[in-house]
Design a protein around this ligand. Structure first.
Ligand code: ACO
Length: 430
């Protein structure tokens, strides 16, 4: 706590509020007593200036383009770590020792299978359902299958639910994919690492041997790392808000998945790839740049801009490198979408509109091309994001539940509707 204060004059009264400093990043004015003291609320649609909690998990400096998990830069984690190591770090605050890592991998691996009855649950969905719709339903249903880890007041049950969620999410995602394309479900294989196992569950069929390509598995693992957590974004805030009422963690993660689905959030990689396909060739880029700048046209360059990053998204740089590695490994030399993407990026980075508004490519700009090359249809892109982000949601949910000062989240509003009025019977309405 700092001894800095902020003063507010309101309706002739003077009020003083304490200012808290974080380890790094902007200070916050603590207005939690504002209503009690002044009878007024603050107004901040979209929460652009509001810290909803304090957290030790992830730090972003959007102006510098920095992303740290528990203090470690994302570039170092993505280059040198693996996804389960990052999961451990996010959940427990420190990098694991060799023994801790071995134990953690073992515990996650032993939870990869889902209740056999879930197969039947899947078959209730239409085959042409969007896999994200299936994810919302099946993850929400986990609390019906795993009653024994829904008591949030029990630390052991919280731990088991966390393990189950991280371990089962790839299995459920792969099942959503297999169901969508009409192939049999593939059971997890526990001697494979997390990413290899996921690729196998998605792309193996019972009638053939499936060899995991280590370059592609490493790329998948890196994609998971890059999406693991991103502090208080829309879906994470949704998970926290749902969890603040005491809802069980499976239900909270299902809420996060629903929020992630939107094209302004996790759905952007699907939208970005669709957009690159729609542009189709380099010569049509100027037309789309003009549309993005036109105030009367709702079109936006998908994969550009970010609420927090007003600089290059550090994850986008690593993603771009991963894209080249994957295309190189698969021998894809002239990918027309990559060509459009590179040219679009070049033009937008020099265009006054994008420069002035600080609109840089975000991670979704390149992830779609990579995921498509790995063999995933666009409808699966947000599902993969959800698999990776599950650990971030869980870590943030756990942090909130373990905070003794935690209360139910309940935002206020500026009411602009009708003032009080009397009911008019039907026969007297004009
Ligand atoms: N293309 C064209 N113009 C844009 C874009 C874009 N992609 N993004 C923002 N702008 C413009 C807006 O029109 C606005 O212009 P104005 O000031 O003249 O009104 C200005 O830049 C600021 O935009 P806001 O929407 O106010 O910024 P906000 O922080 O609310 O939105 C968002 C951020 C939603 C990511 C936005 O940039 C966007 O829609 N981008 C495309 C979708 C996308 O790529 N989402 C992925 C986000 S990353 C993730 O979820 C992993």
């Amino acid at each position: 706590m700092s001894d800095k204060t902020a003063k507010l004059s309101l309706s002739g009264g003077e009020h003083e509020f304490s200012v808290h400093d974080g380890t790094i990043g902007p200070s916050v004015v603590d207005i939690s007593s504002l209503y009690k003291e002044t009878g007024a609320f603050t107004y901040d649609p979209g929460f652009t200036s509001t810290a909803s909690c304090d957290s030790k998990i992830t730090f972003i400096d959007g102006d510098e383009g920095t992303l740290l998990h528990r203090g470690y830069p994302i570039e170092q984690l993505a280059e040198q770590g693996d996804f389960l190591e990052v999961c451990y770090l996010l959940l427990y605050g420190e990098l694991p020792t060799k023994t801790q890592k071995h134990d953690f991998d073992y515990r996650v691996t032993r939870h990869t299978m889902v209740h056999e009855q879930m197969m039947r649950f899947f078959t209730g969905f239409r085959r042409d359902a969007h896999p994200m719709a299936v994810m919302c339903g099946t993850v929400g249903a986990l609390s019906a299958f795993y009653h024994d880890s829904t008591d949030i007041s029990d630390p052991h049950q919280r731990m088991v639910a966390s393990m189950r969620m991280i371990a089962k999410m790839p299995t459920i995602a792969a099942m959503a994919y297999k169901y969508h394309i009409g192939q049999p479900f593939v059971y997890p294989q526990n001697d494979l690492d997390y990413a290899s196992n996921f690729l196998r569950m998605c792309f193996a069929v019972p009638c053939e041997e499936y060899q995991v390509n280590p370059v592609l598995a490493r790329a998948m693992d890196r994609i998971f790392i890059l999406h693991a957590d991103h502090e208080q974004n829309a879906s994470t805030s949704t998970v926290r808000l749902a969890g603040s009422s005491g809802a069980n963690p499976f239900a909270c993660i299902a809420a996060g998945i629903a929020c992630l689905w939107g094209p302004a959030h996790g759905g952007a990689n699907e939208a970005a790839l669709n957009m690159l396909g729609e542009i189709g060739s380099v010569d049509r880029i100027p037309e789309y740049i003009a549309r993005a700048k036109d105030k009367n046209d709702p079109f936006r360059l998908m994969g550009f801009g970010h609420r927090v990053y007003k600089n290059y998204d550090p994850r986008a740089k690593i993603m771009q490198k991963t894209t080249h590695e994957v295309l190189g490994e698969l021998g894809i030399k002239d990918d027309p979408l990559l060509e459009v993407a590179m040219e679009l990026e070049k033009i937008a980075l020099h265009d006054d509109y994008f420069v002035e508004k600080k609109l840089y490519p975000n991670i979704d700009f390149y992830s779609g091309i990579t995921l498509r090359a790995l063999g995933f249809p666009t409808t699966m892109f947000t599902v993969l994001f959800a698999v990776a982000r599950t650990v971030g949601w869980i870590a943030q949910w756990k942090e909130m539940i373990e905070d003794p000062s935690q209360r139910i989240g309940r935002p206020r509003q500026l009411y602009t509707g009708e003032p009080k009025r009397d009911y008019v019977p039907m026969n007297k309405r004009s």
